[in-house]
Write a new protein. Structure first.
Length: 558
């Protein structure tokens, strides 16, 4: 889909889906272009030392087919879950294309994950292969005994010093003969991304091959008819997340737009401007937290020769102030959009179509029906706060949660997929985020489920009980804050708070650890023993509004 109608209203009215009976993501992002323009550039890698690398569609298609053939020779079959634990780079993109061509299910995993987070996801998914680098392979050594389905670890940088790994290049070289991609349909499983909720462990959101097609209308809407001559995409977001993968990498490759990758590192605003400038980036997906951090670079246009055409932002509320400041600094209007791992880019703004209002996420993206509903699934009148919901069927919508039919059923109310996010739609159709009716924490663009962090904290001998909430933060939207009831024999101290933060950081993830820890005598509980996180959040909001620090030291009583 490439928007051609003159107005938003005409675009919505005239839009129709054209989903083919057979479709394979791997073929669409590599082979299809290689057959027409094998020398066309598909990937470029930024190197801080200036030694930037380039990959063509011809090489991309050949390497991904070789990897698929190598996996097939090792016994992997359609439907097998194959994990990717890699930074942005050629190998990660090749791995994705190969898994889809094989008919497997790609399981992208964030580099930030600690061993407990990795173990849970790999075990729950029944992953048979992990494709990683030496660092990831070493982390897997500690948990391989707990992963009975794991058959193969592939190491992209040789695997020297790591037992029982197969070098990436060796696997490619072992392929013999021409590989024939799996003949997949749009509803055949292709991709699974784990998403955390407020109750229970993380859930695997399973998508079919059609998920890529479902992303294109909204993607092209906020990127002003991409592809245009000279377009080139970059995102600082990890390709393991729906944002980096489906808001940037895969749709760009399918549309023939080169994608810039960059080394994994703590976000550096000056490095970001270097990438935009040196790699001649024209299009970008930059989460709001990164946009806020980029404000630290004064007058960037005077320091860096970048020339952006479009910038999309999502993952958390952008806010009027960040929208205005970032648009001015980047010399292009930021297009905010909205979605979830289960159903992405369903609301979007677009400067090209005049769909923009500071503070709003935009309007329903072409091809998607989005409404604000009540708890019974009834559409609410304009101006009333309710839950954002997406009508099914929808090509971008997930197939279901892996092995969790009950959670899948609970995600829907009648014909609507519910999001758990509260919003209001005005008379013009603009949708403005209002709040959440669950406890998911949004920090630096990541959605964090408190249950997993609480479970990790309770694993420390000093912790008897723990509750985790999102505390409002001007830069990250929210930070993770933990309320901890200590076990007998332990005393509260700053040293112990630091120890607990490090405990979570090393076992779960670098983005999920508590930046604040409050020691309390008791937690507010329901009669059935469930933690009432809402009371803790309310105490933080009250403390912030009054300038008091009491909430940092004590929690409401039971």
């Amino acid at each position: 889909m490439r928007p051609t109608s003159p107005t938003y209203e005409a675009l919505i009215r005239d839009f129709t889906w054209d989903i083919p009976h057979r479709f394979n993501i791997g073929v669409a992002i590599s082979d299809a272009w290689a057959a027409r323009e094998p020398d066309r550039i598909c990937l470029q890698h930024f190197s801080p030392d200036g030694d930037h690398q380039t990959l063509t569609y011809g090489a991309f298609a050949a390497r991904s087919s070789s990897l698929a053939a190598g996996l097939l020779a090792r016994g992997m079959r359609p439907g097998d879950r194959i994990a990717i634990l890699l930074p942005q780079g050629f190998e990660a993109a090749v791995a994705h294309a190969a898994i889809y061509k094989l008919g497997g299910i790609a399981l992208p995993l964030a580099l930030l994950f600690g061993v407990e987070a990795l173990e849970y996801r790999l075990r729950d998914a029944g992953a048979r292969v992990v494709i990683s680098d030496r660092s990831g392979a070493r982390r897997l050594q500690a948990i391989k005994a707990q992963l009975p389905d794991l058959r193969l670890v592939v190491c992209t940088d040789g695997g020297a010093g790591v037992d029982d790994t197969v070098p990436f290049e060796t696997l490619l070289a072992s392929a013999a003969g021409k590989f024939v991609p799996a003949d997949t349909g749009p509803d055949d499983p292709a991709l699974m991304i784990y998403t955390s909720g407020t109750t229970g462990p993380p859930k695997g959101a399973l998508h079919g091959h059609r998920v890529l097609l479902g992303h294109l209308p909204g993607f092209q809407f906020h990127h002003a008819g991409l592809p245009q001559a000279g377009d080139r995409m970059w995102t600082p977001a990890d390709w393991a997340w729906a944002g980096g993968l489906l808001n940037a990498l895969l749709p760009s490759l399918m549309l023939g737009v080169p994608v810039v990758s960059s080394p994994a590192q703590k976000f550096d605003p000056h490095m970001a401007f270097r990438i935009l400038s040196e790699m001649k980036v024209r299009n970008a997906f930059i989460p709001p937290t990164a946009l806020r951090l980029m404000k630290a670079v004064e007058n960037p246009k005077a320091q860096y020769a970048f020339d952006l055409r479009t910038v999309g932002a999502a993952g958390e509320a952008l806010g009027r102030e960040t929208f205005e400041q970032a648009s001015k600094a980047l010399a292009v209007e930021i297009a905010e959009f909205y979605g979830q791992t289960e159903c992405n880019i369903v609301i979007s703004s677009s400067a090209a179509y005049g769909v923009r209002k500071a503070g709003s996420m935009g309007k329903a993206a072409p091809g998607h029906v989005v409404e604000i509903i009540d708890d019974e699934g009834r559409i609410l009148p304009r101006g009333q706060v309710g839950q954002v919901a997406v009508q099914r069927p929808d090509p971008v919508m997930f197939l279901g949660y892996w092995g969790n039919a009950a959670a899948t059923e609970a995600k829907f109310t009648g014909e609507w997929m519910t999001t758990g996010d509260q919003a209001v739609m005005d008379e013009e159709g603009y949708i403005t985020f209002f709040g959440r009716d669950d406890d998911v924490i949004t920090s630096s663009g990541f959605r964090i489920g408190p249950s997993e962090v609480e479970d990790c904290l309770v694993g420390h001998p000093a912790v008897s009980m723990a509750a985790v909430i999102g505390k409002p933060d001007p830069v990250r939207t929210e930070i993770v804050k933990a309320y901890v009831v200590l076990s007998d024999g332990y005393a509260a101290s700053q040293a112990l708070a630091t120890t607990l933060s490090e405990w979570v950081k090393t076992r779960l993830s670098m983005h999920e650890y508590p930046r604040e820890v409050a020691f309390v005598d008791a937690l507010p509980l329901t009669t059935s023993g469930k933690i009432i996180r809402r009371l803790l959040r309310d105490a933080e909001i009250l403390a912030a509004s009054t300038g008091e620090e009491g909430a940092a030291r004590s929690a409401p009583g039971t």
